[in-house]
Design a protein around this ligand. Structure first.
Ligand SMILES: Cc1cc2nc3c(=O)[nH]c(=O)nc-3n(C[C@H](O)[C@H](O)[C@H](O)COP(=O)(O)OP(=O)(O)OC[C@H]3O[C@@H](n4cnc5c(N)ncnc54)[C@H](O)[C@@H]3O)c2cc1C
Length: 509
């Protein structure tokens, strides 16, 4: 912990009589979450605003967030790491990376930036209270292992807590689930001692997690069946970027290779998303023909791999080196497209009347979305209902002072937004310092008062189940660019750096 930067603030502790802790530590900036967002933001803060005191708090035992929570066989990214990695740190491995490779990359960032003393693990934040009297946040946390309480104050709160509950994944309440004789496992809590050898496994789900699990389980168990209600789009490609390899052969510096390959990937993604909007049927045809090319003309691709939605409405899962499809082709894995009637002692009875027998069932059915890390927020003593706020560019929210939230991209690499938001926050903090302001918030302008308020994300554009189940918990957006998270890197990469901090939506005092 960086003691020279952290100062004890007993005055502030006294102003918050509800706190149980005898000592309160104060930081200029408090970051919640040591995942890829929190670590990236801390890098920017340290580089751009040296001398700013800050701490990162995370309930887990180490850094990584998503990449330490998930320990299922084969766990890997589905984005290329040239765009999922940070702009400032070259990625030198294959584009699709394992969790271990991502953690090792993050570890280097932590080491190279001297971030270790700034991170406190096993700190679960329970509440965050803003006081306009002292223009400070007071956060109360609990040590995950001892239950001891810890209290912090911060002038600025940077929420990097991700978007789902890490403690448990989403498993639907299927009829008869307790009747099944074997284990029902969620990939978010993979048991260390799960013995797969000789076992028949059903994986329920059809997203990126299922696509990763299928080839990896196929190599370890007797047979694996992917049971899906409806098909998902997959994109097949080699887990190598030839341009990067060529540049490496030419002994080009890795920093330059990273920049070039990142641009190449970004342009390709941009072109692809434009095509998805302009000619969805053609893109659909191409994606499906990739699968036919691997599985052959006799495989029932129409039933199992032809989605009913348009390619851009949900995240596309990348299948490196066609591994899932090769597993299916080998006969070690199979796909069933049907619905669950109920679980039985031996497996699953399907709505079609068929039964699937299994020894282990894996529920790759997604997340429990969680806004603001399940933290109990209050502003000047009033409970905060996040859904009653309106977002300023998906970063700030009406009525919430001195707070920025990092919410990345769903259809591009999540992380592309970290660099953008971090640059914005550093600029904002500097601007406040220059102005002598201790408080900033965004407020609707007179011309915004009658704006039609809409859900956080337009369901016509992006609508996976985990978002749809919980959209009502999210802040509102409007149809003006400044009052929404557009989920469009290509407009935001210019719009966010161009934000005029002197503009009317920003209210300083
Ligand atoms: C298996 C899997 C693969 C994925 N692959 C990709 C991909 O390839 N590309 C992509 O763009 N996205 C991917 N995603 C989405 C992914 O979650 C994000 O891209 C990214 O990792 C999120 O990083 P984050 O730091 O914002 O949040 P997280 O990784 O969720 O980390 C948040 C951290 O905050 C901590 N935290 C939360 N609440 C509290 C609290 N109250 N107190 C203390 N600590 C708290 C958590 O413990 C956690 O460590 C994937 C997701 C999963 C589950």
């Amino acid at each position: 912990m960086n003691m020279e930067n952290a100062r004890m603030n007993s005055e502030t502790a006294g102003a918050n009589a509800h706190l149980v802790s005898s000592a309160t530590e104060h930081f200029d900036v408090l970051i919640v979450g040591a995942g890829i967002s929190g670590i990236g933001c801390a890098h920017h803060l340290r580089r751009q605003l040296p001398g700013t005191s800050f701490v990162i708090l995370d309930e887990q035992e180490s850094f990584g967030g998503t990449w330490i929570t998930h320990k299922y066989p084969g766990i890997r990214s589905d984005s290329d790491l040239h765009t999922f990695g940070y702009s400032f740190k070259p990625w030198v491995g294959p584009p699709i990376a394992t969790a271990a490779e991502i953690l090792s990359y993050m570890n280097e960032v932590i080491e190279e930036n001297g971030l270790t003393p700034h991170i406190r693990y096993k700190h679960r934040i329970l509440s965050a209270r803003w006081s306009s009297e002292i223009n400070l946040w007071t956060l109360e946390g609990e040590m995950a292992d001892t239950g001891e309480r810890a209290t912090f104050t911060a002038s600025f709160l940077w929420m990097c807590q991700g978007y789902y509950r890490h403690s448990a994944g989403y498993t639907p309440d299927w009829p008869g689930i307790k009747d099944f004789a074997g284990p029902v496992v969620h990939p978010q809590r993979w048991p260390d001692d799960l013995d797969l050898s000789g076992k028949r496994v059903i994986v329920i789900g059809s997203g990126a997690t299922a696509a990763t699990l299928i080839p990896n389980l196929a190599n370890q168990c007797a047979h694996v069946t992917m049971l899906q209600r409806s098909p998902t789009y997959f994109r097949i490609g080699r887990n190598v970027i030839e341009l990067a390899e060529e540049l490496r052969r030419l002994q080009i510096d890795e920093t330059l290779i990273h920049e070039i390959v990142r641009r190449k990937k970004l342009f390709e993604q941009y072109a692809f998303s434009k095509r998805c909007l302009a000619e969805p049927e053609q893109v659909k045809k191409e994606l499906i023909s990739q699968i036919v090319a691997v599985l052959g003309p006799n495989y029932d691709v129409a039933t199992h791999f032809t989605p009913r939605y348009s390619p851009m409405q949900q995240r596309l899962a990348f299948v490196p080196d066609a591994d899932m499809f090769l597993g299916i082709k080998s006969g070690k894995a199979s796909v069933v497209t049907d619905e669950i009637e109920r679980f039985t002692k031996q497996g699953i009875l399907l709505k079609s009347g068929k039964t699937l027998e299994a020894d282990i069932i894996v529920s790759a059915t997604g997340f429990n979305l969680c806004v603001l890390g399940d933290i109990d927020f209050a502003i000047d003593g009033k409970p905060l209902h996040f859904s009653e706020t309106v977002t300023y560019r998906g970063m700030m929210f009406t009525g919430i002072p001195n707070m920025v939230w990092v919410f990345g991209y769903f259809r591009a690499s999540w992380t592309l937004r970290i660099d953008l938001v971090a640059e914005f926050v550093c600029r904002l903090l500097k601007h406040m310092k220059d102005k002598g302001a201790t408080r900033v918030e965004v407020a609707l302008r007179p011309e915004d008062r009658n704006m039609r308020l809409l859900s956080w994300i337009d369901p016509n554009i992006f609508n996976p189940g985990y978002l749809m189940r919980n959209m009502h918990l999210f802040p509102k957006r409007a149809d003006k660019p400044e009052w929404q998270h557009s989920q469009d890197y290509w407009t935001e990469k210019d719009a966010i750096p161009a934000i005029n901090l002197g503009d009317v939506p920003f209210v300083y005092s």
